[in-house]
Design a protein around this ligand. Sequence first.
Ligand SMILES: Cc1ncc(COP(=O)(O)O)c(C=O)c1O
Length: 462
Amino acid sequence: MSPLRDSDPIAVAAEIARALPHRMRELAPAVQPPAAEVRAHLAAEWDLGVARPAQEVVRATAALLERWSTHVVHPRYYGFFNPSVTPESVAGDLLAAAFNPQLAAWTHAPAACEIERHLLRALGAAIGFGAPDDFLAHFTSGGAEANHSALLIALTHRFEGYDRDGLAACPRRPSFYVSAGAHDSFPKAAHAVGLGRSACRKVAVDSAFRLDLDALAAQIALDRAAGLEPCFLAATVGTTACGALDSLAGAAKLCARENLWLHVDGAWGSAWALVPEMRAHFAGIERADSLTLDAHKALQVPMGAGMLFCRHPESVRRAFRTATDYMPSGTAVTDDPYSSTMQWSRRAIGLKLFVALASLGLPGAIEMLREMARRGDALREKLAAAGWEIVAPTPLPLVCFTRASLGTDETAVRAAADGVIASGAAWIAPIRAPDGRWLLRACITSHLTSNADLDVLVTALA
Ligand SMILES: Cc1ncc(COP(=O)(O)O)c(C=O)c1O
């Protein structure tokens, strides 16, 4: 064997990964170097024409990541929905990389396919989407792919012949609806499925930044009168900027009345439907046609691990059907992922979540989520005590806040967030709320964030 093969890069990487949570506390959450500095370093130091010992390469690569990253696994990264990852989930991901099972065809990966199926059925039921036999679910690269898939499935379900003829099968031009606070993967999906971005209608929100159902009904009526065919609503539970929860019960009622497919984008927030005392905020999830949930957000596993749950298995199969001579043939009892999901070659995305959840147990995962929600409440209290105004509170651990002296213009709010980041204390974001105001935003994205970490943030803001 060559000297390169004799080295143990996996052991080195594992040692670095194991030490990382402790190491993070010694680091600033973010370093933003000029691109030229990073490129110059790589050009000078990394001539790929030369071989090096793998252990050395792994250590040096980790050093680059440590030096030039926004550390989303830092306990004081209060940013977008990027979590600290549990050691169990990293171990599961390592197994996926090492075995590299190919999930395109079930016969190539019976264990991995069935682990994912088992996990998705249990999770869909635990979250209240439905009984395991009432839905079909699969992993996606993330929330954007899950939302895109949901729209494609809904169109296929609604318009006979859409899978064959596309928009030519639609008697009128389809339109669909999201709140003004919804994720921007929806206009992208509108483009990708051929509807065009203008088919994605952004509807006004109420004072808590939740979808305004009266405004939605009025928009649908206007669109019908203009010759459009309203067909899909994406309600969000846990909007990206503000953590708002649209009323799923109200949305379900409206969708039944208006004949719209109800999709729930719960990429981040719907994980808290697992927590019994928070379940009431998600009432109506059991009436949704489809649901997006990302394990790489609230559930603390590495990217990307999206999931799509759908109550119409035949429409899922029709949306992604294909047949080839060169793929191994499937079994009679199950779907082949390449012909029932958007991807073809498919990583064992679910292994990291399986190892994490099987280790913690669902009660352990629920307790972790409960603790994160408590940390969000504690942050609201600490900020209020320090004179900040909390804007549009949500039961989820995301806090938008402001104060009169800061104002709501982008420049001042951005400067305040930049000041916190430059101090090395924490990472927070300036965001524009659906009402146009610029606010500071701090989200508990890490299960490692402690009350002492909250105090560091509040002090840095002062
Ligand atoms: C509410 C919501 N939906 C969808 C997405 C897209 O998820 P992903 O980045 O995993 O594709 C995000 C991303 O933050 C989100 O916040």
